[in-house]
Design a protein around this ligand. Structure first.
Ligand code: HEC
Length: 253
């Protein structure tokens, strides 16, 4: 009887270990991710991110779970502000945010369909997004002329090439264990200057990634503000309970 219990435990812990290992592999892949210091409670950053999204992403990607009206409410924008700043097609304020290009056209022009980005921050993680958006480089061997270090051979062009400037990859030749040589992408070289400095561009991408994080879980905004009230309530309740206890026990010797 005892043996089986021990065995069961070993089985469970090795299953957990295997899971953890699998998780680590999926999370790390073979890209070094830069840490994205996002802040979904920063409404100004989310507003800038939303504007970037509709200007630079919506041409190909939609976010089918988000309505303009909800966005306006969450980001403190009036209906007029939404129409002026965020709607560039014939959509109405109550509509969900859809891409301009349909999937079949994308397949033809880009060689892949641009996925809906509603929950991409949850599937890929914010660090991956932040790294991906900053690691495009020109690559004449690719049909669309662009490649990406974090997502090799992705069929997405660098939509921020003007801000970031055009960059090309720098390779080093490494010797593998079996003696064969391999070219490893180690960094980038600026080909043309961007309109932004590197710090400005990183900050801009952080706004966009914060917006994508909000998009993946809009309830986070409410939850975070609700959390403060829950904590205050608990503190107050503890204090009242303490006074009550003192009152009840004061005559008991
Ligand atoms: C010209 C069209 C186009 C534009 C504009 C565009 N993308 Fe893409 N994007 C694509 C395509 C096509 C893919 C699929 C690439 C593949 O799988 O090869 C993609 C893939 C992605 C992915 C990877 C999704 C995944 O999980 O595999 C992310 C993230 C992404 N895009 C974000 C963005 C963001 C953010 C913007 C705006 C700044 C943007 N894209 C603008 C076409 C576009």
């Amino acid at each position: 009887m005892k043996r089986t219990i021990v065995k069961g435990r070993v089985l469970v812990s090795s299953a957990l270990l295997a899971l953890a290992a699998a998780g680590a592999v999926i999370a790390a892949g073979d890209v070094d991710l830069d840490h994205a210091q996002t802040d979904v409670s920063n409404i100004a950053a989310l507003q800038r991110g939303a504007k970037l999204f509709v200007n630079y992403c919506q041409g190909c990607h939609g976010s089918q779970y988000m309505r303009y009206s909800r966005l306006g409410e969450d980001l403190g924008l009036t209906e007029e502000q939404i129409e002026e700043n965020l709607i560039f097609n014939d959509a109405k304020v109550g509509d969900v945010i859809l891409s301009a290009m349909d999937g079949a056209d994308q397949q033809v022009w880009l060689g892949a369909q641009a996925p809906d980005l509603s929950v991409v921050a949850r599937s890929r993680g914010v660090d991956w997004l932040y790294t991906y958006l900053r690691q495009f480089y020109i690559d004449p061997s690719r049909p669309i002329g662009w490649n990406n270090k974090a997502y090799p051979n992705a069929n997405m062009p660098n939509v921020f090439w003007e801000m970031q400037g055009v960059r090309k990859a720098v390779y080093e030749t490494h010797e593998k264990e079996d003696g064969a040589e391999e070219k490893v992408l180690v960094g980038f070289e600026q080909v043309t200057e961007g309109t932004m400095t590197e710090e400005e561009f990183d900050q801009t991408m952080l706004d966009l990634v914060s917006y994508l994080e909000y998009l993946g879980e809009p309830a986070k905004l409410q939850r975070e503000s609700l959390g403060i009230w829950v904590l205050l309530y608990l503190a107050l309740f503890t204090f009242v309970a303490y006074l009550l206890k003192k009152e009840f026990w004061k005559d008991v010797k």
